[in-house]
Write a protein that binds this ligand. Sequence first.
Ligand SMILES: [Ca+2]
Ligand SMILES: [Ca+2]
Length: 317
Amino acid sequence: MTRFRPTHPDHRLRSRRASALIAVYWLIAILSLAVFTATQFLMFEMQSHASSEWEFRAEQFADMGIALAAHPGVERWDPILRQRIDQTGGFEARIRSEGARLNPNFLVLSQPGRVVLARLFTHWGLSEFDSLALTAALVDWTDADDDESPQGAESVVYRGAGFRDMPYNRPFRALDELELVRGFDEVMARRPDWRIWFTILSAGPLDLNDAPPELIQEVCDCGADAALRLVAVRAGADRVPDTEDDQRFESAAEAFNLLALGVARQQALANLVTVDDSATRLISVGTAGKVSVERTFVIQGRTEQPVLLEVQTRVLR
Ligand SMILES: [Ca+2]
Ligand SMILES: [Ca+2]
């Protein structure tokens, strides 16, 4: 797309001001990133073996996007998150709520949360019996005791299958641990992409300002049409996410009204949803030549001094 470039002196002045503003953003963003990730950077840069000069360059571009996305003054629709740096490439960064994913550590804690898990597994193709059994096994895996829930699995079951020291009897510390739970292999077989729907880094409730329609449907037990309607309203008049006209829900009630949920349902769901999770996922894809590298940072609190929870790097082929 060719952008109209004005030549009027006023416009030139505005353009210079805009450039200066971007330069200031850069400085602030990169400095704040440097403070909170200095040690982590050192660690993963040491582990990072860019297989080519292009890959290394793509990683650098991706990190520029992360630095800007981490800055609390940068809105998710800001064009500075999508830049071409030179003739070799640039980056595209996105800002997402970590609460847009389901948190198993949270959902196992309440009966309504367990219902959500079982419903999800059933929609993913597990039988109703297997969905309830897997949900019970997740509860037993994370609760501290060794008392088996109906259809659940505590140490006797795992020992019988040849596994000692399972279940861990504590909340999941990594998504990988879900794969150890009895019956989870059914999920892995049916949904190889299962990881993108889960997190253990959010506060727990589903963030209705960012959740995909599939998860809104699972948690709110509403129709697909209602969930899509909610996502369309969020995207604003242009119906495109990450643009300036995007709408944010100030309360869960606003979103519930769009989903046309009755008062009783709203009350039942109140603890399962939020409109403002404190954890944020920053995703930046740097591209240099034909190589793209995706860097993902999950931070707690998108403030001047966020806490880094997770870093992931993958080369996109
Ligand atoms: Ca247990
Ligand atoms: Ca929009």
